[in-house]
Design a protein around this ligand. Structure first.
Ligand SMILES: C[S@@+](CC[C@H](N)C(=O)[O-])C[C@H]1O[C@@H](n2cnc3c(N)ncnc32)[C@H](O)[C@@H]1O
Length: 206
């Protein structure tokens, strides 16, 4: 009973919606998030939804500024057999030496970082030659659409009250600028939250 209560107290209840979405992303992730090799760096790991895609034993470093999630991440990493280093300070990305990682993973995180282009340059820098950047990000609706106008109008409100992230960033173009040869797929989640239901998923090899 004591163990159950301890587990319930570290469970990241606020991330529950991402569990439901994780099911919808699964067929898309299956196409790109396979044969990932360590050492792996994950940016904004959240509740660790991507740990299931990492091979047991692969050294894993995560940057997750929300320290309340760290005990949960440690618990999940232990279950998945992943030796985990958990870092809270996002600026640490700049301090990693070049070519430190074989794989970098980022899902639904470029909407939250202050400078996405700079973050992507660092991702490129820390990847080894032949390494992979795998990603899933929500993106802007096409120009001149109602959805795009609502993304623009509601962005300040969305950022402040709902998600602490930006729903009005051209993330697909930003990724293409830094990783022009990435293999990607655009998809939509029907019934998803209308400001963030368009996605780009993909993999770039350096
Ligand atoms: C929408 S959640 C996505 C979580 C998880 N990757 C997923 O796919 O469900 C965004 C995560 O990025 C983290 N984050 C915010 N700013 C960050 C930054 N500058 N560097 C790394 N992670 C960041 C947040 O704490 C949060 O856990």
């Amino acid at each position: 009973m004591r163990h159950l209560l301890a587990l319930l107290s570290i469970f990241p209840w606020r991330t529950l919606p991402s569990y439901w979405k994780a099911r919808a992303y699964r067929p898309y992730k299956a196409r790109y998030f396979h044969n990932l090799t360590g050492p792996i760096l994950e940016l904004g790991a959240g509740s660790g939804v991507n740990f299931a895609y990492y091979p047991r034993g692969a050294p894993l470093t995560v940057i997750e500024p929300n320290t309340r999630l760290h005990p949960w991440l440690h618990w999940r990493a232990k279950q998945a057999g992943l030796p985990l280093t958990c870092i809270a300070n996002p600026a640490q990305l700049e301090s990693f030496p070049a070519h430190a990682f074989q794989t970098v993973v980022g899902t639904l995180v470029l909407c939250a970082v202050p400078q996405p282009q700079e973050t992507l340059q660092h991702i490129r820098r820390v990847l080894r030659p032949g390494g992979s950047y795998v990603f899933l990000e929500h993106i802007l609706a096409p120009p001149e659409t109602r959805q795009r106008r609502w993304q623009q109008r509601l962005n300040p409100w969305f950022r402040r009250y709902l998600a602490a992230c930006d729903c009005h960033r051209p993330t697909d173009h930003t990724i293409a600028q830094v990783f022009p040869h990435a293999h990607t797929t655009h998809f939509q989640l029907p019934g998803g939250f209308p400001l963030t239901n368009r996605y780009l998923i993909g993999r770039a090899t350096t």
